[in-house]
Write a protein that binds this ligand. Structure first.
Ligand code: HOZ
Length: 429
């Protein structure tokens, strides 16, 4: 496979963009080699600058549930652009999308649109602090909530991949207010809360972690967190930037039957356009400016093009409930195909899957926490990534990212993925 244009573009990009990319994971540092530059995508496929075709297993880190360039999303965007690309003033599209989000995720009684998942989590934490009058937050090691200062402490995703889970530039003052617990360790959370009575504003968690690979909550873990937060007046925030509208219409909270106080959402509510949102209980959301004292604002918030794209995407998901069964069935076929291959090759790597999210971990131990994920053979993952790429399957370029399946994979695509996995595992030995 020739990737000459990608190589040239990367060379040029490095002159003008730090590291040649606008988001670190994309630089392929964790897997080696040069990043692929893409020029177009349709349905489950993407084409790079050299014209090579790939099956996309990242789907823009989640939102392309209906595949790329979905006709209804595309049409909505074109129509909206003709109105204006930005008003910096209220529009009807914001109201209809907010109403739909509240209908699909019942714990969200009011929602504020922002421009990214990072903005959503930063704003939600500020709101929780303003609401409770407390300073500290609890986060889980290996969870990633965007690049806000408070979250770059033992952070997953690119921060961990690049070896900077605790980024320079975050002051000690900020870091000391972030308390860490291991994922799936309820006892540790109980202890932290006991040691910081009356100090903790909120606990933020990815209900299914997607930024240390796909790591599922153990039975009772999320409900245990809910109970502790309720007992201690701590605001429970589910970061559903990845899981929202993906694991179920109402996200992971619907799937696991646990209701948070606040939820953060990202890219999917803009159909892949740059959007985020935070929402939840009315009594907390009413603390947000201009009704309340907690300030947060943005010219591009509620952008008309993003709102139209998001509405076109979410209304299709809302009207096609069977889509979640289909997504799960497709993902199970892939994972079962992998399992047969592993058995055939005498390998015992670990696989985690829920709904349309999954990871193949290069370890034979269960992966339930960051510590477990870190036991993976990341060098082997790098070889596997390259082998899959050579066979036309585009994976997330790090062991510490989940994969996302779209609803538009054909039987042929599924067979290609399973075969590529077998051939890649054989090739890397
Ligand atoms: N932090 C994102 C995944 N967890 C990657 C963002 C990107 O490179 O687009």
């Amino acid at each position: 496979m020739e990737i000459n244009k990608s190589k040239d573009l990367f060379k040029e990009a490095r002159k003008f963009i730090p590291g040649g990319v606008n988001s670190p994971v994309r630089a392929f540092k964790a897997v080696g080699g040069d990043p692929i530059f893409f020029s177009r995508a349709k349905g489950p496929h993407m084409w790079d600058a050299d014209g090579n075709k790939y099956i996309d297993m990242i789907n823009s880190w989640g939102p392309m549930i209906l595949g790329h360039a979905d006709p209804e999303v595309e049409e909505a965007i074109i129509k909206a652009v003709k109105g204006s690309t930005s008003f910096g003033a209220p529009t009807e599209g914001e109201v209809t999308l907010a109403e739909l989000i509240c209908e699909m995720v019942p714990s969200i009684e009011k929602v504020r649109m922002v421009n990214s998942g990072t903005e959503a989590t930063m704003s939600a934490v500020r709101l929780a602090r303003g609401f409770t009058g407390r300073k500290k937050i609890i986060k889980f090691t290996g969870c990633y909530h965007g690049h806000g200062d408070s979250f770059l402490i033992a952070a997953g995703s690119g921060a961990m991949t690049m070896g900077t889970p605790n980024s320079p530039g975050v002051t000690n003052g900020t870091a000391k207010d972030t308390l860490l617990a291991p994922f799936n360790d309820l006892e540790a959370v109980r202890e932290i809360i006991a040691n910081h009575k009356g100090e903790i504003a909120c606990l933020i968690i990815e209900p299914v972690a997607g930024n240390m690979g796909c790591v599922l909550p153990e039975e009772g873990f999320l409900q245990g967190l809910r109970d502790l937060c309720t007992q201690r007046g701590i605001v429970l925030i589910f970061d559903e930037v990845m899981t929202g509208f993906r694991l179920a219409k109402g996200g992971a909270q619907e799937l696991y039957g646990v209701v948070p106080d606040l939820t953060t959402l990202g890219k999917i509510i803009g159909g892949g356009m740059p959007v985020g949102a935070y929402g939840g209980k009315k009594e907390i959301m009413d603390f947000v400016s201009p009704d309340g004292p907690v300030y947060q604002a943005g010219t591009l918030s509620g952008n008309p093009v993003a709102m139209a794209a998001g509405f076109a995407m979410l209304s299709q998901l809302n009207n096609r409930s069977e889509i979640y069964e289909q997504l799960e069935a497709t993902t199970k076929r892939i994972v079962e195909g992998y399992a047969q291959t592993l058995k055939k090759l005498g390998l015992d790597y670990t696989m985690n899957q829920v709904g349309s999210m999954y990871s193949l971990f290069f370890t034979n131990k269960e992966v339930k926490s960051l510590e477990d994920a870190q036991a993976c053979d990341t060098a082997l993952f790098g070889k596997y990534f390259k082998a899959m790429l050579d066979r036309g399957v585009y994976l997330a370029p790090s062991q510490f990212e989940t994969l996302f399946v779209s609803a538009v994979l054909s039987d042929e695509d599924i067979a290609t993925i399973i075969q590529a996995n077998e051939d890649s595992l054989k090739a890397i030995g």
